[in-house]
Design a protein around this ligand. Structure first.
Ligand SMILES: *Cc1c(COP(=O)(O)O)cnc(C)c1O
Length: 386
């Protein structure tokens, strides 16, 4: 059992080195000085564990990585300039020309783009499967399948995969598993404990938690992390800045309080929406009416703030009027910060994959607002369209 309070307030911090400052210092430096050539030579030979240049190692970033790795129960972690920098570096690190990926359908749009429009240029093919049925992963595996990529749940239609079962199938076949765990944060779902090899985060969401940074994380074994460090991390260079690492450390201190608070508020808002006549569906994995509720309970600890509804109306003007009428929910992409958000699927172009999407699908993110304030806001917006 991981000790979250210890990880967040102590792990990786060597206060005596920094005048016993309570908060870790921001090492806003690109490079480091050496006493002599011999010392420089030694450092360059082991750049991951030395301080040479901040595209490799930086003390502020190092503290952050130790904490995130411990939260995800993996040996090590690396921090990136965005979730996509982390996701692309991780995927690229496992595939070569001629390889094959099995990926859950309806995954994050830019990850989907990476697979369908970018990796194809380098001879890497991806098969997308309906991940609600574990058998679909088994059926899609080929001789050249190198990775299975999961997103449980995905962040618009909230379909789950049985993480433990898919990890077991992959292990049998010698295939590496990756999961985008941004939806859950390390506090509500622990994929490593279920057998997943690589855990990815858009830290722009819960880990940062204040809508003020774009960042990403890769968590995994020391062996995988060292290989990614020496190749994709330093070679593609999509690293986090020390300042954004420092801001994430700041955000982490309230992670547990935010996640707990959001769970309580979301439960109230979801209950309100489930009983509203203008709503036909509430798609939240931990709603008792979610078709995969029992799987959600098995692998997720508590509700997080992101979910969708289907409105009972299909008239696009009414859907737009409903969204435009919201005041406490801000119209916007992303999530995981303090502010509550609304994002209508009708803002997509027609190029997107359409499994389960429809114009009356509206995604909500419940932030740190008072539940009553959010429910009042929804009430007045519904009254505009009834
Ligand atoms: C936001 C998001 C990403 C991309 O992360 P960035 O930090 O925006 O690059 C990837 N996956 C999921 C599920 C996301 O929500």
């Amino acid at each position: 059992m991981k000790d979250i309070s210890y990880i967040i307030n102590h792990l990786g911090e060597e206060r005596e080195k920094y005048s016993n400052a309570i908060t870790p210092p921001l090492f806003q430096t690109s490079n480091f000085a050496f006493r002599d050539v011999e010392e420089l030579k030694k450092a360059i030979a082991d750049e991951k564990n030395s301080l040479v240049y901040s595209r490799g190692n930086n003390p502020t970033v190092e503290i952050l990585c130790k904490k995130i790795a411990a939260l995800e129960e993996t040996e090590e972690a690396l921090a990136f300039a965005s979730g996509m920098a982390a996701i692309s570096a991780a995927i690229i690190s496992f595939v070569n020309n001629g390889d094959h990926i099995v990926c859950v359908r309806n995954n994050y749009s830019w990850t989907n783009m990476l697979m369908t429009r970018f990796l194809t240029r380098f001879g890497v093919e991806t098969t997308f499967v309906d991940g609600r049925d574990t058998e679909n992963f088994k059926k899609a595996i080929r001789k050249n399948t190198r990775i299975i990529y999961l997103e449980s749940p995905n962040s618009l239609t909230f379909e789950l995969q049985d993480i433990e079962a898919v990890a077991a199938i992959a292990k049998d076949a010698g295939i590496t598993t990756l999961i985008d765990n941004s939806y859950s944060s390390p506090l509500t779902q622990s994929p490593a404990a279920m057998g997943i090899d690589i855990i990815l985060h858009s830290a722009s969401k819960y880990l940062g938690g204040h809508s003020d940074i774009v960042a990403g994380m890769i968590c995994g074994s020391s062996e995988n992390i060292l290989r990614i460090f020496k190749n994709e991390y330093m070679g593609l260079g999509g690293i986090i800045s020390p300042f954004n690492a420092w801001l994430m450390l700041r955000g982490l201190r309230t992670l547990q309080a935010r996640i707990d608070r959001i769970a309580i508020t979301t439960t109230k808002v979801v209950e309100y929406l489930e009983n509203h006549p203008m709503v036909t569906d509430v798609l939240h994995p931990l709603s008792k009416r979610h078709p995969q509720y029992s799987l959600a309970v098995k692998q997720m600890l508590k509700p997080t703030g992101l979910f969708s509804i289907r409105l009972a109306v299909t008239d696009k003007r009414k859907i737009e009027l409903f969204v435009n009428s919201l005041r406490q929910f801000i119209i916007g992409v992303s999530w995981g910060g303090h502010e509550s958000l609304v994002f209508p699927a009708l803002s997509f172009d027609d190029q997107r994959t359409k499994d389960g999407y429809s114009n009356n699908l509206i995604r909500f993110y419940v932030g740190l607002d008072e539940p009553d304030s959010l429910i009042r806001d929804l009430d007045q917006a519904f009254s505009r369209i009834t």
